[in-house]
Design a protein around this ligand. Structure first.
Ligand code: HEM
Length: 458
């Protein structure tokens, strides 16, 4: 054979298979996220991780992020990796659907979430943030008693999403649903464990899960029923009405009731928890980086008066947005997401057999030493336009990337930008003295021992 035509056969994936005891000890010592990060640092960008019967390929290099999500995306889909989420929580709603089912739902919802589309929600962002400011002023400011920052941010973002998607909100409902949602999410991440108790076993945890499921889907059903009870000309022009009234182009039928509930629940869950986590880490990061906080305050004080910011004011607050982007880099609320190889592939000359579970580790990409100087440093200047433009386009993917990028990314960025501006203009948040957060992930990123913070007036 002509040697010039010889093609190197694809290489086999390198493997790392810690023993169950080794794994247990390491996770106990370093936390799950710490262990995952250290393992990636030792093993490199593409390797197979075997844990008992489970096996997955950890992906962090921006080239591979691009290949899986964009250039070779027909070879990867949301397959088996999403079954638990599909079966227990989100059904066939937009986050978990695939193929034509997904495309149809995305087409339907996309117009609400374009950069122009989300401006419609701006008055909601303002009024919910204003309510929070008043509550903090009357209850917490200067009290010397710390509040749990994630709870505070969950309340405000839950209220925003209920207003925006369903044109409704009651603080009592927000509290009720928020607790149910936390139960559901933590149970689903437990269900991803190799050792799990099936849901039909009536353990206290399973009973609590069932109850939470009934409560939250019951609430969504109630919202749908309330809308149906109104004359149609009184239905608000919102996403729920759109989902309830749009007929399928091919079949001419309305969205099935179960899919409507699945999507209602999906939008509620996806639309507030991650934003709340981002905001709570933002306050934490500011409390630890006084120089960044000083520059943020200087920008806000020079641009904003006492009135709430208008959308055009936000353009004059670039440093505020840089802070938000840097929080999403260092503390991505969804530190990893999965794809399943549906066909054989090759990444960087390495064979990826069909059926492989790929875990795309954005937390690792965002700390990749080839693409970020001093990756652990909180430095919003990385987001100066010229520095951002010079960077690998796939070195940053807090919202995933490609056609399945987060539907709510524009919504969330606008919401976070304006809330940061309004709250940091009025308050300084301080971590409770002596508290050292244990940052880890359980589905999403959080602090195992919370983020208790003191609220002080500026
Ligand atoms: C900082 C806040 C947020 C972060 C970090 C975030 C992150 C993500 C990520 C990583 C994905 C991809 C998940 C996967 O592939 O498995 C995703 C998907 C999605 N997100 Fe977000 N998200 C945020 C806020 C929101 C908001 C506010 C909404 C709704 C208003 C939303 C709605 C969705 C939806 C519907 C999808 C599925 C999109 C599709 O598959 O077509 N997200 N998000």
């Amino acid at each position: 054979m002509n040697p010039a035509l010889a093609i190197d056969p694809p290489r086999r994936l390198k493997e790392y298979a810690p023993s169950p005891l080794e794994l247990l000890m390491a996770v106990r010592r370093e936390g799950f996220l710490g262990w995952m990060t250290n393992t990636w640092r030792q093993q490199g960008d593409l390797f197979r991780l075997r844990m008992g019967k489970q096996s997955l390929v950890l992906v962090a290099h921006p080239d591979h992020v691009r290949d899986i999500n964009v250039t070779r995306r027909e070879k990867y889909d949301k397959g088996e990796s999403y079954d638990t989420l599909r079966e227990l929580l989100l059904g066939n709603g937009i986050v978990t659907a695939i193929g034509e089912d997904w495309r149809r739902q995305r087409r339907l919802m996309a117009p609400f979430f374009t950069p122009r589309g989300v401006e419609k929600f701006y008055p909601i962002f303002l009024s919910d943030t204003q309510q929070l400011i008043e509550r903090w002023r009357s209850h917490h400011q200067g009290s010397g008693r710390p509040v749990e920052m994630l709870d505070e941010m969950m309340l405000v973002t839950a209220s925003v999403i209920l207003h925006s998607v369903f044109s409704t909100e009651s603080s009592e409902a927000v509290l009720r649903i928020k607790d149910a949602l936390e139960t559901l999410l933590s149970r689903v991440s437990e269900m991803q464990n190799p050792v799990k108790i099936p849901l039909w076993v009536p353990t206290p945890g399973n009973l609590k899960f069932r109850q939470a499921q009934k409560l939250s889907t019951g609430y969504i059903r109630e919202l749908i029923a309330r809308r149906r009870a109104l004359p149609t000309e009184q239905w608000p022009d919102d996403l729920l009405t759109k989902l309830m009234t749009t007929k399928d182009e091919e079949t001419g039928t309305l969205m099935a009731e179960q899919l409507l509930v699945d999507n209602g629940f999906t939008m509620f869950a996806a639309g507030h928890e991650t934003t709340a986590r981002t905001l709570s880490f933002l306050w934490y990061a500011l409390s630890q980086n006084p120089e960044v906080e000083r520059r943020l305050h200087a920008e806000l004080d020079s641009v904003l008066g006492d009135a709430p910011p208008t959308i055009s004011d936000l353009k004059k607050l670039p440093y505020t947005l840089q802070v938000v982007k840097e929080v999403l880099r260092l503390y991505p609320a969804a530190p990893m997401y999965a794809r399943d190889a549906v066909a054989d592939d090759e990444l960087d000359g390495v064979h990826i057999p069909a059926g492989t579970r790929m875990l795309i580790f954005s937390y690792g990409t965002h700390r990749h030493p080839e693409f970020w100087d001093e990756p652990e440093r909180f430095d919003p200047d990385r987001w100066l336009p010229e520095r951002e433009a010079a960077r690998h386009a796939y070195a940053y993917h807090p919202f995933a990337i490609g056609p399945r990028i987060c539907l709510g990314n524009n919504f969330s960025l606008l919401e976070t930008h304006v809330m940061t501006a309004m709250l940091a203009r009025r308050f300084k948040l301080r971590l409770k003295p002596g508290h050292v957060p244990r940052i880890d992930m359980s589905g999403t990123l959080g602090s195992r021992n919370g983020l208790p913070m003191l609220i002080e007036a500026r």
